[in-house]
Ligand binder design. Structure first.
Ligand SMILES: Cc1cc2nc3c(=O)[nH]c(=O)nc-3n(C[C@H](O)[C@H](O)[C@H](O)COP(=O)(O)OP(=O)(O)OC[C@H]3O[C@@H](n4cnc5c(N)ncnc54)[C@H](O)[C@@H]3O)c2cc1C
Length: 381
């Protein structure tokens, strides 16, 4: 079915992004996978092309456009290129709402121009060694002392953890108050007592820097708090998580589509028993099932993007999109590996890398189980 999500300007923008990836990223991504990180220069080059911060007001260097279809284009093109090292989705889709909607004018002046130019790379630090799904169980504290908070604690699995300049840290300002005592603070590169641990060795997404972060008596000015008062952090997180989950779902469907495309082509050219493997009924039925499921997912997802633009995407809508599309992505890519036979297990084949890169999708941004909890709770039993 015809996809009618985009207008002419989105399609033109897609060409810009695709050319950028072909020129600056694809030829180097293999090396970055070995390095475990992408160089900061590529962020600046992307910033020059206007790839960051659509929703940032023009006075701070952005486009002043709140339209998630642009974010969608970027994520889709990155995934199609297999450029999973670029943490642009996290920067654009996840961090922009925190830095645009929750900041005061002074914070906007300090952070948004660098956010747009790619000079300030961002991260969000919620997860701790002892608390991931159970976010209320975090133990990092931020205790107020005059004009500062003193932050102590440890975070792990933080995307852009090594490259980041601004880290939104989820901390307890009132440890006795549970979720109501949670506050978001922006910790900046170079603050005394803020250190980075290992760049973690992952199953896939090898060019993405995912790190541990440590905070030891870090004095963070009150001027770096997001929002007007203490204790709003949990609500701020809950408001922004649907957009984060939608971004992950966009990546999921794009990855499934890309894997299917390359697999159908492979099934055309690979021969066994004197004919293309696509001529076996099992292959055709399997590809028929997968392409049906992916197309149905695509249409639900596109509707979610429009709902987000209209301010109507609910936490339940986003949870459905996230768990369904990421589980589908894993199923589709796993079956595509099978159809490649032994070549599907060789990293020189894109489908093998896609298989490794996709596994985390059902885990981060809220696991499949937590998504089902969110949906299940809506029935109000
Ligand atoms: C590559 C990568 C990048 C990441 N990037 C970031 C980042 O940038 N920032 C950040 O803050 N975090 C990040 N994370 C962390 C990620 O969000 C967490 O790993 C995830 O939320 C799960 O938390 P956990 O690992 O503590 O697992 P746990 O919460 O310990 O879960 C373990 C298992 O128990 C299940 N479970 C837990 N609670 C329930 C329940 N109530 N009902 C049923 N089952 C349940 C889970 O579904 C899971 O299967 C990243 C993780 C990875 C792997």
């Amino acid at each position: 079915m015809r996809r009618d999500l985009f207008d002419e300007e989105h399609l033109l923008f897609r060409e810009t992004v695709s050319e950028f990836l072909a020129r600056e990223v694809i030829p180097r991504h293999g090396q970055w996978e070995k390095d475990g990180i992408v160089p900061r220069e590529v962020w600046k080059k992307a910033g020059e092309l206007g790839m960051f911060g659509f929703s940032v007001p023009q006075e701070y260097g952005g486009a002043g456009i709140t339209d998630f279809r642009y974010n969608t284009v970027i994520v889709e093109e990155i995934i199609r290129a297999g450029a999973t090292g670029l943490g642009f989705g996290l920067h654009n889709d996840i961090m922009a709402p925190y830095l645009v909607d929750l900041t005061d004018d002074e914070q906007k002046r300090r952070w948004l121009p660098g956010f747009v130019s790619g000079e300030l790379i961002t991260a969000i630090a919620m997860t701790e060694p002892g608390a991931g799904s159970d976010l209320q169980g975090i133990r990092t504290t931020a205790i107020r002392e005059g004009d500062h908070y003193v932050v102590n604690g440890q975070k792990t699995f933080i995307t852009n953890g090594i490259n980041s300049d601004l880290v939104v840290v989820v901390a307890k300002t009132d440890p006795a108050a549970g979720a109501r005592g949670t506050t978001l603070l922006v910790v900046e590169r170079g603050m005394t007592g803020f250190t980075r641990g290992r760049n973690l060795e992952k199953v896939g997404m090898h060019a993405q820097d995912t790190a541990e972060l440590f905070f030891e008596n870090v004095r963070v000015p009150v001027a770096n708090r997001l929002g007007d008062e203490d204790g709003q952090g949990f609500i701020q997180l809950m408001n922004n998580l649907p957009q984060e989950r939608l971004s992950i779902a966009v990546a999921a469907v794009a990855a499934a589509e890309a894997a299917l495309e390359t697999t159908i082509e492979y099934c055309r050219v690979r021969k066994a028993f004197g004919k293309s493997i696509g001529r076996f009924q099992n292959t055709r039925f399997l590809l028929a099932e997968l392409s049906t499921e992916v197309e149905i997912a695509r249409h639900y997802l596109d509707k979610c993007v429009l709902a987000l633009n209209a301010g109507e995407l609910t936490a339940v809508d986003a949870a459905k999109a996230k768990w369904w599309t990421t589980e589908l992505q894993n199923k589709v890519i796993d079956r595509c590996v099978q159809l490649h036979g032994g070549y599907g297990y060789m990293l020189e084949y894109p489908v093998a890398k896609a298989w490794l890169d996709s596994r985390v999708q059902t885990i981060y941004g809220g696991t499949t189980e937590i998504m089902k909890e969110i949906i299940g709770r809506s029935f109000d039993f």
